[in-house]
Design a protein around this ligand. Sequence first.
Ligand code: PGA
Length: 249
Amino acid sequence: MERKIIVANWKMNGSMPLVESFGHAMGKLADTLPEAMELVVCPPAVYLRGMAQALGESRVRLGAQNCHAEAVGAHTGEISAPMLKEAGAEYVILGHSERREQQGETNAQVRAKAEAALKSSLIPIICVGESLAERESGTAIDVVVKQTKASIPTNHQPPTANHFIVAYEPIWAIGSGRIPEMGEIASMHRAVADALLSTTGKNIPVIYGGSVNEANARAILTCDGVHGALVGGASLKAESFVAIAAAAA
Ligand code: PGA
């Protein structure tokens, strides 16, 4: 079975009781899934240690939702990649469209953060995606390929092939219950994978995000070129998150 990466993006949701109940449930449920299924949970950074404890010996990995490009310094309120690593994270989501929109993050900043993450041996999950206007005007593929090339790290010689992951998330599909046609997802993933191969010389995994749920997970995860999913709303319950992963098995 092809390796699939299923990532839970909790955004600014959760509480200590939820971390504990989710972590305990996930710890058990994850063992029922095939080895080829990589599960990553990204709670708010303050819950990383608690989640690690609640997950216990489970094979579920931990990730964060952002990091600063510098390792230390006068950046009040920020968290650096080495700090996330120390708290137990192995992955970090970068350049989510909510951050690009609400914090004004640019491609150059996302690239700098991805490079900082790699230095700390964190695997960046770099988010890209088009707006509804761009989808409707037929420029989605062009826009997303350009955004991808400008947001990925410039060092392509790290030790492993999976040194970063790209998450294709159409902005209009996030939290809306609307998803692209399967053919549109397949063409976008092919275009992004080709751009990544020509830029880096490597086959970089491209996962899909935006309104993934238990009902559509199988169609999306078996779609050509889809190497996993980034799940928001449906990832707050261990049972639905695991059901999404099971749909790909
Ligand atoms: P959603 O969010 O699954 O709630 O649409 C996905 C994301 O924003 O990563």
